[in-house]
Design a protein around this ligand. Structure first.
Ligand code: FES
Length: 82
């Protein structure tokens, strides 16, 4: 599992880290406010939802993020795995 974790204008976010379009590493992309832009073909994702504005079929899974005084926790939601 690979994630991209960042901080946009609306706060921290965690999304799938591989672009479903052609496999680019989204951590190498660019953050523009609350939009994450893929480094390979520039598909754009809303950091709050993971929705791909260029192709809804390429939307990313979003993970809940919680910030405490000294940590950032990402809830992976693997409760039913294994
Ligand atoms: S690999 Fe991300 S837009 Fe093509």
């Amino acid at each position: 599992m690979r994630l991209v974790v960042g901080r946009g204008d609306a706060g921290f976010f965690a999304l799938d880290g591989i672009c479903p379009h052609a496999g680019a590493v989204l951590a190498d992309g660019m953050l523009d406010g609350d939009l994450l832009i893929c480094p390979l073909h520039a598909f754009t994702f809303e950091t709050a939802s993971g929705r791909c504005v260029d192709d809804e079929g390429c939307s990313l899974r979003r993970y809940d993020v919680r910030q405490s005084d000294d940590a950032l926790e990402v809830r992976l939601g693997l409760k039913n795995a294994g």
